[in-house]
Design a protein around this ligand. Structure first.
Ligand SMILES: C[S@@+](CC[C@H](N)C(=O)[O-])C[C@H]1O[C@@H](n2cnc3c(N)ncnc32)[C@H](O)[C@@H]1O
Length: 614
């Protein structure tokens, strides 16, 4: 933790920010019946399924969980930019980003020492969370190639209301709002409702419709898209959106347009509760925007030049490319994902970053170990061409270990799409509010009438039939999970105890495959972006209890906190066991409410011993 403290000290201190623009300070007095300053503010409370809430309170304690819950509702106060060191340097990138931000006017947001982030974390150790300047190099030893860009907020915004004249408003969907909090604009499909008589160029207050408990016991927003807002208490969602105002912007079309056209920017956000510079389309190939714990996960794997690595759930390729760069693009990384389109995303990212050691495959991680007959007949990892099903041998295949597998666990669980994938998809769809980098690149190429990378790469995705046991030096299982560490998040009620257990079962099945694929003497890194101990510490318990030749290995760098020791007994008799004393310091748990101010994330590293005795 000392290293983390040193790092954090270089980042300066945090304080609650107030937008230093006098013109934005509201002068309106609140009317006697309603406190408008509270109404037109951002102060969300995350909704959880009651049983899940109870479980997390038991795991963390009420106060700690309340801090975690609060931290999840806001973005981290800095963005992390990973530099492609095979192409550029941190200093170069800092210079270029500074120029980009100066050009776009972002320096107005970033140049004042007053404009910093607030965080609800325990400040008792007086640790800072912010880069010293607007842009700085990460100070964690080994991570100097990561550039930190400071954001700001929460800002108080003057929505210009008076007692008898409420602001014109646009109400957006929850996913749209989460994207806006990350720096996106409001796109047409994200608009749920709008005031009457809104014309292009109007200033509007933007609030969010977060799911509420519905009469049938589920969650919903119970509102028809296109609803007219009057600004009165009889409006649908009037009380529900109090304290859920995320900023102010200028409409790019009239109210009629917002509900007539299918795409485009509806509101250009001018004043945001949180300001985070957006680097879409900036320094393509030289940088990759990535959460700090994800970068640390690639380091935990400790990939070496010339090794053969498997990234089992690789799309969109953030960690794959981080690993490739750590290996100086020498060796072989098999990057697999079960989604064809997502495999294409990995290919595009690898090509954009100029990385050649990455081989992509469409592969179900639950069937990642090839079937016995294929292993018996062939000597390497095999793939079939997606189009013709012909089996091809992958180059650089290692010599197979003589050991045969005792069993192949290839059962596919009959469960819905894993949540993290859903999160990825929903972020992409995001009801139009979030446009993926890949989409932006694609449309820019279309605009330029260029061939586009799809065409140049042929858009081909190879389908793998799996790989022989013990055929990888290192395996990364960055598992699909409940994603309850991702932030900003405005709603968490969708996960139930049962769905959390389903994620955990799914992850154990994938881990079973990872264990078979890593060679004795090799390494497995398991990571998730959830705060759920059932998908983190409980997986470690399962791994260590099931496979006696696995042991927890130290990680470098280690900047996350310790894991949870203990267990949880559920009312239905289910016992979930976590870590045992002595194991907690060997994993990394990134707590969103901690001074590091990251997403919630978990990393465990396993050393694979001899499998002979088992
Ligand atoms: C946490 S994301 C991976 C993020 C990625 N490692 C990165 O850093 O960019 C989980 C991925 O698992 C994939 N996935 C889900 N179920 C899978 C399965 N059965 N087999 C392979 N991939 C799967 C999803 O498509 C999703 O891309």
């Amino acid at each position: 933790m000392k290293k983390a403290r040193d790092f954090l000290k270089t980042l300066g201190s945090c304080s609650r920010a107030r937008r230093n623009r006098t013109s934005n300070i509201s002068t309106a007095s609140p009317p006697p019946m309603e406190d408008f300053s509270n109404r037109y503010s951002y102060n969300p409370t995350l909704q959880w399924n009651p049983q899940v809430h109870h479980y997390f309170v038991k795991a963390y304690g009420a106060d700690h969980f309340s801090r975690i819950s609060k931290a999840l509702t806001r973005p981290s106060c800095y963005s992390c930019v990973r530099v492609n060191t095979l192409r550029s340097t941190s200093d170069d990138v800092i210079e270029k980003l500074q120029a980009v931000m100066n050009k776009s006017g972002s320096e107005n947001v970033l140049d004042s020492k007053q404009q910093v982030c607030s965080r609800e974390a325990d400040n008792s150790e007086d640790l800072g969370c912010l880069p010293d300047g607007p842009i700085s190099k990460c100070q964690i030893p080994g991570l100097e190639y990561v550039v930190l860009v400071r954001g700001s907020g929460p800002h108080d915004i003057n929505y210009g209301y008076t007692i008898d004249r409420p602001p014109k408003e646009v109400l957006v969907s929850r996913k749209c709002a989460e994207a806006v909090l990350r720096g996106a604009q409001v796109y047409v499909p994200g608009v749920m409702a709008c005031s009457a008589h809104v014309e292009t160029g109007d200033t509007v207050a933007v609030s969010v419709a977060v799911e509420q408990p519905s009469v049938n016991g589920g969650w919903g927003i119970g509102m028809t898209r296109g609803t007219v807002l009057q600004g009165s208490q009889t409006d649908p969602y009037y009380f529900e959106r109090s304290g859920l105002y995320i900023g102010q912007g200028t409409t790019m079309m009239s109210r009629a347009g917002m509900f007539r056209v299918s795409k485009g920017v509806a509101v250009d956000m001018k004043d945001r509760v949180y300001e985070l510079p957006s680097f879409h389309n900036v320094l393509e190939g030289d940088i990759f925007l990535q959460n700090l714990p994800s970068i640390v996960a690639a380091h935990a794997l400790d990939p070496q030049k010339g090794e053969r690595i498997l990234d089992m759930c690789a799309a969109p390729g953030g960690k794959t490319t981080a690993i490739a760069i750590l290996m100086k693009d020498e060796g072989e990384i098999i990057a697999a994902d079960r989604s064809h389109n997502k495999v294409m995303d990995i290919q595009k990212l690898a090509a954009e970053m100029g990385l050649t050691c990455i081989k992509t495959f469409k592969l179900d991680a639950l069937k990642a170990v090839s079937q016995r007959n294929e292993v018996d007949n062939l000597t390497g990892p095999y793939c079939s061409n997606a189009d013709n099903g012909v089996i091809n041998q992958v180059s650089n295949s290692p010599v197979l270990h003589a050991e045969t597998m005792s069993s192949f666990v290839n059962e596919r669980l009959n469960i819905k799409e894993p949540t993290e994938e859903n999160v990825g998809n929903s972020q992409k769809a995001n009801e139009g509010a979030y446009v993926s980098k890949a989409e932006i690149r694609k449309s820019m190429r279309r605009e330029r009438n260029g061939p586009g990378r799809n065409q140049s790469m042929g858009g081909r995705v190879e389908k793998s039939k799996g790989f022989p046991p013990n055929s990888f030096d290192r395996v990364l299982l960055d598992a699909p999970c409940s994603a309850l560490g991702l932030r900003p998040r405005l709603f968490a009620g969708e996960e139930t105890i049962e769905s959390l257990r389903t994620h955990a079962r799914y992850q154990r099945r994938m881990f079973d495959q990872a264990v078979q694929l890593a060679r004795p003497g090799g390494v497995i890194v398991y990571s998730t972006c959830t705060i759920n101990p059932g998908e983190n510490e409980a997986l470690v318990r399962y791994a260590l209890d099931t496979y006696k030749y696995l042991s927890l290995a130290p990680q470098n760098p280690r900047i996350g906190g310790p894991g949870l020791v203990g267990h949880c007994e559920f009312p239905d008799g289910y016992l979930e066991e976590w870590l045992r004393p002595g194991e907690e310091e060997l994993v990394q748990r990134f707590d969103p409410s901690s001074p590091l101010d990251t997403i919630g994330f978990f990393i465990a590293k396993f050393a694979v011993g001899s499998k002979d005795s088992s």
